[in-house]
Design a protein around this ligand. Sequence first.
Ligand SMILES: C[S@@+](CC[C@H](N)C(=O)[O-])C[C@H]1O[C@@H](n2cnc3c(N)ncnc32)[C@H](O)[C@@H]1O
Length: 483
Amino acid sequence: MSRDRTASSIRPRTVFTGDNLPVLRGHEPESVDMVYADPPFNSGRQWAAPIGSEAAGAAFRDSWHLDEVDKAWAGEIRGLNPALSAVIEAAGLAAGPSMQAYLTMLAVRAIEIRRILKPTGSFFLHCDTTAGAYVRLMLDAVFGYRQCRNELVWKRTSAHSKARRFGPVHDRIYFYSRSDAYTWNKVFQPYDEKYLESKYRHSDAAGRPCALGIASSMRYRLSDLTAPGIRHGESGEPWRGFDPSAKGRNWAVPRTWPGAERLPSGTRAALDALDAAGRVHWPAKEGGWPAFKRYIEDMPGRPAQDVIDDIAPINSQAKERTGFPTQKPLALLRRLIESTTNPGDLVLDPFAGCATTCVAAEQLGREWIGIDLSPVAVRLVRERLERELGLFGLDVIAREDIPRRTGRRSRDIKAILYGRQAGNCNLCRVHFELRNFTLDHVIPRAHGGPDDDDNLQLLCGSCNSLKGTRTMTEAIARFEASR
Ligand SMILES: C[S@@+](CC[C@H](N)C(=O)[O-])C[C@H]1O[C@@H](n2cnc3c(N)ncnc32)[C@H](O)[C@@H]1O
């Protein structure tokens, strides 16, 4: 378990109903192990779950307009990360204001997601080709180009017919790590039938339990029992009439399969044990050599690849189907969670939808937090945990408030205020770079002013000295008098 339990002030198994930005902003820094985000894709559509489905009532709009995006965000991004601002503006020039609005909305959230990730943490952003290329650039600017670990392609449907272009059948999932020290567990996917047909061409008459404790299936492939080089001692001596030294080789007993640890240590004894267990394939033809039978069960599977074509979309009959319009398969989420977290780690989904990430995390013994605009998410997470995991009466916390984080860094607050003030000093109204500003309490601390964002502002150095412990009214009067 790699999570520092004191790091997050939010209890696991919590679903927030509301906009994810303030909730992310209220989250402690470096407190989350993995974030999976599946935001709207900028499809220009209005999504709604069918009436009568489990997810009925869930709906969201996926069209974006610059005049609806908070103006402060663009200023905040400019102050905090000029490269990111340039990427978003370039996307606006290339693809239009809707793309610019969409990326601005995502970018302010990506900044927060990076902030709340532990140094060992990872981030997955799910999108499709509509905005994918721009999302990649945007995330490079937030996380760093070198932190992009994969551009995963998920084949979300088998075929799609489009006039005058190839059928679009895949989604993209961008995988970024917070640092080079990210958690990584190798996960495996089943071999596909073509691979099995080409490699596992031999079969036993029947699957049978093997003396070495392996339940052998029928299909196996041949693995060499010898290695190059002449050796003295048992490994170079003839066995059952086969002399490896005559071929310039030595006996090499395979030791990387489940059950191999039960083999005796000497070469001859190990070969005898393999044969007694039915794990030696004897050549049918003259000149052939005995080989090790490597069954499908001996192998963990194919290491998971960046093209995910073995996880099918949710079909109309699937048990996990809720009717939520953009529901993702649990198997997809399990693969992402398993590969980048350990049991007990904290997973967060800021666009939780019908709570697929929360359910997958629960299945894998991870802790989780979900956020969604729609109140349907909290209802569905409870229903799905009961229906799919048989977990009744689990203490799922539903919240609608905005969490408060302790010890917020002044750099984050300054960036937010910089956006809010459009880069201008709140007293002299002159525009400055972010680094030239100082944080000021509107109602001075000396007068009991709180540390809340609403009581904070940015002043340039000389205006801050002028204001001192004065109220704003007093400071403005003094400023006017000094001109
Ligand atoms: C593509 S769906 C997520 C589907 C989800 N991965 C699943 O498997 O069910 C996007 C979700 O983001 C939510 N959403 C959109 N904007 C949001 C915001 N600003 N804050 C929180 N949730 C938001 C929508 O209500 C919708 O449920």
